[in-house]
Design a protein around this ligand. Structure first.
Ligand code: FMN
Length: 355
């Protein structure tokens, strides 16, 4: 399937998830197969345009992840167009617009799901962006803002008219946040009405559910929490799509995934530390040494926090999973963290393997 001129090797994708789908995680999911597209965590259009380091970091990706979509948020057409140009300049394949985030911090600035309350303005944002860049501009929205305003069909038609190359619908309203269940009938309605590809998102926890959703007429499925629980879910859905029994994942493989994630995160941080060393060579050697040890502690904390966040999802459905969460939360160093992961996956009885 294609989004504009970009070919996706599979219709199954990693949904954007703030704080979770960093480059290291996306690379690992991609390596396990079945993944046709990855979307970055949402990044601020203002931050991109102003060149804020932290924002640019969130937007970083590696070639291994291609095709890659960078998701941006904001509500000002000119800033969003300029941010789309930054994204294009970074070499991304697609720029995606967040029209689904219900968090007040984002929504109060006419961004995220607030754009669904102003469909004409939202279409104006997309039009400004499609005029500014050659890469496909896509939109990710919810069913609507509230139960009284489930206007995804209208907004989807408008953004298609404004030049969007694809839309994704998470079938819940902003007011619902994550309660209730995703309305896939609404997703199917939009898929039937539009000529551009429509992706659905919501509540695919088992590979079989991803396959079932493909029968609603969508072009593809973006999987969020299901990938955090089971990074093999897209590969397993692809197995099903190709008529094979979904691959089994052993506990050893599940443990190795976490160790590989730690490796990739460390690699990113180590690069930065070497950078500090190089910059500080010469007369500032003493200061450089203390800066390095501070960074070492800081980067241990950063890796542990990343693992804590992932394990709160990854441990779900795993027998003894709460023990893994507690133990990871107590880790004081990366060495200890690695030991905890090794011990846990070596000690859980094989019968406790989750899907
Ligand atoms: C921790 C978390 C962070 C999320 N961050 C984003 C985001 O940055 N941008 C976005 O469009 N959606 C975001 N979402 C929504 C997901 O992309 C997805 O649409 C939603 O979780 C429903 O799919 P699921 O049931 O497969 O998780 C986030 C979801 C979660 C759980």
């Amino acid at each position: 399937m294609k989004i504009g001129s970009v070919t996706l090797p599979s219709p199954f994708a990693v949904a954007p998830m703030a704080g979770m789908t960093d480059s290291a995680f996306r690379r690992l999911v991609k390596r396990h197969g079945g993944c046709g597209l990855v979307v970055t965590e949402m990044v601020s259009s203002e931050g991109l345009v102003r060149g804020i380091d932290r924002t640019l970091e969130y937007a970083e990706y590696t070639d291994e992840e291609r095709p890659v979509s960078i998701q941006i948020f904001g509500g000002d057409p000119a800033t969003m167009a300029a941010a789309a140009q930054v994204v294009e300049g970074m070499g991304a394949d697609i720029v995606d617009v967040n029209m689904g985030c219900p968090v007040p911090k984002i929504a109060k600035h006419h961004a995220g799901c607030s754009l669904m309350r102003e469909p004409k303005h939202a279409a104006g944002v997309i039009q400004a962006m499609t005029k500014a860049v050659r890469i496909p501009v896509t939109v990710k929205m919810r069913a609507g803002w509230s139960d009284h305003t489930r206007n995804a069909p209208e907004l989807a038609r408008r953004v298609e008219g404004a030049g969007a190359s694809a839309v994704t619908i998470h079938g819940r309203t902003a007011e619902q946040s994550y309660s209730g269940s995703a309305d896939w009938d609404l997703v199917a309605q939009v898929a039937a009405e539009l000529t551009i590809p429509v992706f659905g998102s919501g509540d695919c926890i088992e590979p079989g559910q991803i396959m079932e959703r493909m029968f609603t007429g969508v072009s593809g499925v973006l999987v969020g929490r299901g990938v955090l629980r089971n990074p093999w879910i897209l590969a397993q859905a692809q197995d099903l799509a190709q008529g094979r029994t979904p691959r089994e994942v052993t506990l050893a493989e599940r443990g190795k995934f976490l160790q590989d994630y730690i490796d990739l995160l460390l690699h990113e941080r180590l690069g930065e530390r070497q950078g500090i060393r190089r910059a500080a060579s010469g007369t500032e050697e003493h200061e450089a040494r203390s800066a390095n040890s501070l960074t070492a502690r800081g980067h241990d904390r950063w890796v542990i926090n990343k693992l804590r966040a992932l394990c709160s999802w990854y441990s779900k459905g795993l027998e003894g999973g709460s023990l893994l969460r507690v133990r990871v939360n107590s880790a004081g160093s990366v060495t200890e963290l690695r030991e905890i992961v090794d011990e846990f996956f070596a000690s859980v009885p094989a019968a406790a393997v989750c899907r």
